[in-house]
Design a protein around this ligand. Structure first.
Ligand code: PXG
Length: 462
């Protein structure tokens, strides 16, 4: 659809009818949305014709960048041939079968089966149903509890938001649902540094919170542990290298299933195909969405490892769960084109060997900035911690929403970053080049300088 109305007309119709996700409706209606009308490669254009560098890949999803013809053609072809058929009643479509086969090829070897959903949230609903079904089949129906982490994000459905550890979400709608408990996140700045622990020491401490919780509940009650390899929406919290291997050891010891939520980390984001490969653990289940289609159309799902698949398949009996769009042929055709394009472009190696290390080096230089207490990256995810006094590690007072001040400058200067509290985060398209990283860094540096000038002018540094 072309840009057929003025910005004001779009904003008025938007305010009149469209309730946006995670939005204060009243505040937005007073201000007006920014209308995005077109995109190419790593750039967006708004209805005023302004060009913006999209350092968030849409919403952590447009991994191959905008305007990739192969994905568009795959969708158009599939829509002509067979726009929809379901997978419920002993039927299947060629794109869904081929995608299942290709996913088995690009995921770690324990994954030979997939259950499709329409989104990451639905994928995590499937996870809850499936792990409980698994333990039922094994004759241990009391193994119900799933352990997750505070500040995790696993989606916005009842189960997704319950698995997530966002206090603001739990406060609305009576969450979490029963049988989901949370341990503390592996965030060194918050929980390790104040106690004088090195990152690696803290990684072990944080993993052992899981063991404490398993022992407190009784291992015979615990079905699974779920985590994002790197917490995305929580602020790009990169765990110490010691964390995930210790989580794996603990889960193995007590027979607890490991679920890796790869909705953000999957499909190359961390410099390997999946985040579990970067962090050295071996999940039994893996949720994916976003990067599977580079966001061109909605698709999600759960990779089912052999341990769970064997129980589900060999024991027989119907799994009473599924979605109209499980294995949607158009979504699967686009995912096939997307993954094949990633293979053709050797995009995972591009992140691992080239732009990932280049971004890490560029981010390290930002540590010299007076506002930046820490600058971390993992593959093509990055976080800047903005501090009032970096020498002492003092945060800004809560009344100063420093992240939102910085984000405002980003909007005006033409780069999209996300603010999570005092963490400024990025996850640019994986096709980004070194010179585009230079361009992005110049914009980020400028926004940090403007934020610093605000802080000085308002006396926030005193
Ligand atoms: N798991 C993870 C790890 C996610 O990041 C979901 C599940 C849910 O996926 P769906 O497709 O149902 O949205 C996500 C989604 C943000 C932000 O502000 C992040 C997500 C969604 C919306 C906003 O960073 N991640």
């Amino acid at each position: 659809m072309t840009n057929t109305r003025t910005t004001e007309q779009w904003q008025a119709a938007d305010a009149a009818h469209f309730l946006h996700p995670f939005t204060d409706f009243k505040a937005l209606a007073g201000k007006g949305s920014r209308i995005i009308t077109s995109a190419d490669n790593i750039y967006l254009w708004d209805s005023e014709g302004r060009k913006v560098l999209d350092a968030m890949s849409g919403l952590w999803c447009v991994n191959v960048g905008y305007g990739q013809r192969a994905l568009v053609d795959a969708a158009a072809r599939q829509m002509q041939e067979l726009p929809f058929y379901n997978a419920f009643f002993q039927t299947a479509t060629p794109p869904a079968i081929e995608l299942a086969e290709l996913l088995a090829e690009v995921t770690p070897p324990q994954f030979q089966h997939v259950f499709f959903s329409g989104s990451g949230s639905e994928g995590n609903d499937t996870v809850v149903r499936m792990v409980r079904r698994y333990w039922d089949l094994l004759g241990q129906p009391q193994r119900q509890v799933i352990i997750s982490r505070h500040n995790a994000y696993h989606g916005s459905t009842m189960a997704g938001a319950s698995l997530g550890g966002m206090a603001g979400m739990h406060a609305q709608g009576g969450l979490p649902i029963p049988g989901i408990v949370h341990i503390e996140q592996p965030y060194w700045w918050q929980h390790g540094r104040p106690h004088g622990l090195t990152r690696d020491e803290f990684g072990l401490v944080a993993a052992r919170w899981l063991e404490d919780k398993i022992l407190e509940l009784g291992a015979e009650q615990v079905a699974a542990f779920i985590g994002e390899p790197v917490q995305g929406a929580g602020g790009v919290i990169i765990p110490p290298a010691t964390y995930w291997p210790e989580i794996q050891r603990i889960c193995d010891k007590y027979g607890v299933l490991v679920v890796s939520d790869e909705v953000i980390c999957g499909f190359g984001r961390t410099g390997r195909w999946f985040g579990c490969e970067t962090f050295g653990f071996r999940p039994d289940l893996m949720t994916f969405a976003k990067g599977v289609t580079s966001g061109y159309v909605p698709l999600g799902g759960v990779m089912v490892g052999d341990r769970v698949a064997r129980a589900l398949i060999d024991q027989g009996g119907e799994f009473n769960h599924g979605y109209t769009y499980s294995g949607h042929p158009v979504a699967c055709a686009v995912a096939l084109a997307n993954i094949r394009l990633m293979q053709q472009l050797d995009l995972v190696a591009h992140v691992h060997d080239d732009v990932g290390p280049y971004l890490a080096q560029a981010y390290a230089t930002l540590r010299e900035h007076p506002l930046v207490g820490d600058a971390e990256t993992c593959g093509l995810m990055g976080a800047l911690l903005l501090l009032k006094d970096k020498a002492k590690g003092t945060p800004f007072p809560e009344a100063v929403d420093i992240g939102m001040v910085c984000r405002g400058h980003c909007f005006r200067e033409g780069v999209i970053m996300r603010a999570v509290g005092e963490r400024m985060i990025i996850a640019p398209p994986l096709v980004i080049t070194r010179s585009q990283i230079d361009e992005m860094l110049a914009l980020i540096r400028r926004c940090l300088d403007l934020t610093l000038a605000d802080a000085q002018r308002h006396g926030w540094l005193a």
